[in-house]
Design a protein around this ligand. Structure first.
Ligand code: ADP
Ligand code: MG
Length: 352
């Protein structure tokens, strides 16, 4: 099924990913309808329609679905059950969401596709945490099973005595305990998969994080990462196939000695793919739309040279005027208002 220009695309979640998706949709002649509980989400500002409702309001979701030709999401911490009223209009489907939003499900699932993850245990109590320390050693990181993002909901255990304070720090919630990996670099595979199973990956980006938040993404990723590219893209593709995923899927990796180890997946467009807006023949946002609309996938190739994307986090956004003055720098601001520390306010992409 192909949805022609003029169709309405529903986007659940109204953050910057939805905003950039809606801008890509407008360029292709589609209208977007944002569904989000906030008063003025930044994606609604650039979209034709906006429904303000909680993510679990089934009646509101049903009406929203009736007004859209196809529905997607830009945010994975959504209650899955209410989305069933959207039926098969929802792309990607609820399976991708359910797997990605629970770190224990996610890790078991990734292992079932044959890919490697860091050694891990599901933990539900302080005793479990102590057992994980005994089994896996330190350093170890606790991550809440649900609702973590940008390094939130995580606590490191660097010596066995930290077990109790780390368990307190994450709020004594069901979690995974994961071995701290020593890696040369981090990178991600952003790929799109269409309903008929065709998949295309963007060139890999090397990602630098600070305090659990993405700082920069650089493409080409460099020889050490490119040596792992084939295996990583194959692994990402196997994950997308096993999910029956339609749309963009992101797989984050640690580049360990001779092997790529999966960190986590996101069933959506991703911050580490923002460089594609200027740096690839087709942006990740357009590619996602092409996949969910039943259009042929675009060329994910890199423009000559390469690109670096830098996030503008919290007060970084005050540099906007300098960046606007910088020749060749592509500034993106999300108009999210308050520049709280740690909040993603915008990004800048520089081509080489
Ligand atoms: P989030 O959902 O917040 O992005 P991640 O699991 O990706 O959570 O963790 C954020 C960052 O923390 C990673 O990109 C990496 O830099 C660091 N990190 C997470 N898990 C590990 C680990 N097991 N070993 C080493 N570093 C890790
Ligand atoms: Mg991450």
């Amino acid at each position: 099924m192909t949805f022609p220009p003029g169709s309405t695309i529903g986007i659940i979640g109204g953050g910057q990913l939805g905003r950039m998706m809606a801008m890509a949709a407008a360029r292709l002649g589609y209208r977007c309808h944002i569904f989000d509980p906030h008063e003025a989400p930044c994606a609604a500002e650039v979209s034709a329609l906006f429904t303000r409702a909680a993510f679990d309001e089934v009646e509101a979701l049903r009406r929203f679905g009736e007004q859209c030709d196809v529905v997607t999401y830009e945010f994975e911490n959504l209650p899955v059950e209410p989305l069933s009223v959207l039926g098969d209009k929802l792309r990607p489907g609820t399976r991708s969401l359910a797997v990605a939003q629970d770190r224990a499900e996610e890790k078991s699932f990734i292992e079932s596709t044959g890919a490697r993850v860091a050694p891990w245990r599901a933990v539900d109590s302080l005793d479990d945490v102590r057992q994980a320390v005994a089994d896996l050693g330190v350093p170890l990181v606790l991550k809440t099973r649900r609702y973590g993002y940008d390094g939130k909901g995580q606590a490191w255990i660097r010596s066995p005595e930290d077990a109790e304070s780390a368990w307190e720090d994450i709020g004594r919630q069901p979690a995974v305990a994961e071995a701290g990996m020593s890696f040369g670099a981090e990178f991600s595979v952003v790929l799109a998969r269409s309903a008929d199973g065709e998949a295309r990956a963007f060139p890999l980006s090397r990602n630098e994080h600070e305090g659990g938040i993405l700082r920069t993404s650089t493409v080409p990723a460099g020889p050490a990462i490119n040596a792992l590219a084939q295996g990583a893209v194959d692994a990402a593709r196997a994950i997308a196939d096993a999910l029956g995923h339609i749309g963009v899927l992101t797989v984050e990796f640690f580049a360990c000695a001779d092997e790529a180890v999966v960190n986590e997946i996101a069933p959506r467009v991703h911050n580490s793919g923002h460089w594609t807006i200027e740096g690839a023949r087709t942006s990740q946002f357009e590619q996602h739309l092409r996949a969910i609309l039943g259009l042929p996938l675009g060329d994910p190739g890199l423009v000559p040279g390469g690109a670096t994307m830098e996030n503008l986090i919290g007060p970084d956004v005050e540099r906007w005027l300098d960046i606007v003055c910088e020749p060749g720098a592509a500034l993106h601001l999300y108009n999210k208002g308050d520049a709280r520390p740690g909040r993603k306010m915008g990004h800048v992409t520089r081509l080489r």
